[in-house]
Design a binder for this molecule. Structure first.
Ligand SMILES: [Fe+2]
Length: 303
């Protein structure tokens, strides 16, 4: 793939040429790929702007997370350090061992334009109606101290991880490989067990590995496990992500989780399209609606 080379036809979030367009069209929401972006040139993601965002996040519910100390690839998320505010962690990011997450940044007026532009360009590059077929687009920013790891985990969103400052190795694993995730792991993850992915000791470092630097990013399909090794400088990455609105396999995993609890041996997704459709309509759709309502209440009202 030509990364930021040649004459781009348009410079927005994703400078692109015909080859890039084909990468997006073929791989989006299915397969990892690297891409170029222009977000590292945007002052909204400079360190002074991020400290200001951290200051704003401190007075809001569930808009940030920070943790400190050494972690291994087999660890999970930790509680914030006592007595260190998010702004203090950001100010000490160079010499500390922090991982700072600024959440739902697109809700800040000046950042909304970036997400809107991302959605417009993604729709154009994939020929998919992203606003219609996907929901809850989110911008998240990760700021990490030099050399700190982000442990092995999986996420439920289709994620464009875009490097702004510093560098990192991203190790991605194939969610469709039963040696990476069993069917029961997927059932557990989609029913709220967020640490369901267990580090596959027997596999090499990632089914794929990507080295991303400012202006380069990697697309991480939903539920593909990953871990990250940051370089020897402060790292800033922006995540732009969306969730698929109609997701039949996800509904089947959720239904099967509870069927298994009842002692049944449910059919895997993809074995019977009629049964999958029934599980999606009868259980998956109401489950998803209730879950989204719960998430909204937690994010906006703290309940
Ligand atoms: Fe992640």
């Amino acid at each position: 793939m030509a990364i930021a080379s040649g004459l781009p036809m348009h410079v927005g979030v994703f400078p692109h040429d015909a080859e890039t367009r084909s990468q997006f069209a073929v791989n989006f929401d299915h397969h990892p790929f690297s891409f170029s972006h222009s977000l590292h040139e945007n002052e909204l993601f400079s360190m002074p702007a991020l400290i200001e965002l951290g200051r704003r996040a401190m007075s809001k519910l569930n808009r940030s997370h920070h943790e400190s100390g050494d972690v291994t690839v087999r660890d999970y998320f930790n509680a914030p350090p006592k007595g260190v505010s998010i702004v203090e962690a950001l100010e000490d990011i160079e010499s500390g061992k922090y991982w700072v997450i600024l959440k739902r940044i697109h809700e800040e007026p000046e950042y909304k334009k970036v997400l809107d532009e991302f959605i417009d360009e993604l729709s154009d590059l994939t020929s998919i109606d992203i606003r219609g077929d996907y929901y809850d687009p989110i911008t998240t920013i990760f700021i990490t101290s030099p050399n700190r790891l982000v442990p092995y985990h999986m996420d439920g969103e289709a994620n464009f991880l875009s490097q702004i400052r510093g560098s990192k190795f991203v190790y991605l694993y194939d969610a469709n490989d039963p040696k990476v995730l069993s069917e029961q792991d997927l059932e557990r993850y989609w029913t709220g067990h967020f640490n369901a992915a267990r580090y596959p000791e027997h596999l090499p470092e990632g089914t794929w590995s990507y080295y991303i630097t400012p202006g380069i990013g990697v697309f991480n399909p939903a539920s593909f496990p990953h871990w990250v090794k940051n370089g020897d400088a402060v790292s800033v990455s922006v995540s732009l992500n969306v969730k698929r609105r109609k997701n039949v396999p996800l509904s089947v995993y959720r239904t099967n989780y509870y069927m298994r609890k009842l002692g049944m041996r449910p059919k895997s997704p993809g074995r019977s399209s009629g049964l999958d459709a029934f599980k999606h309509l009868a259980f998956g759709t109401p489950y998803n609606a209730a879950r989204n309502l719960r998430r909204y209440a937690r994010n906006h009202f703290g309940i």
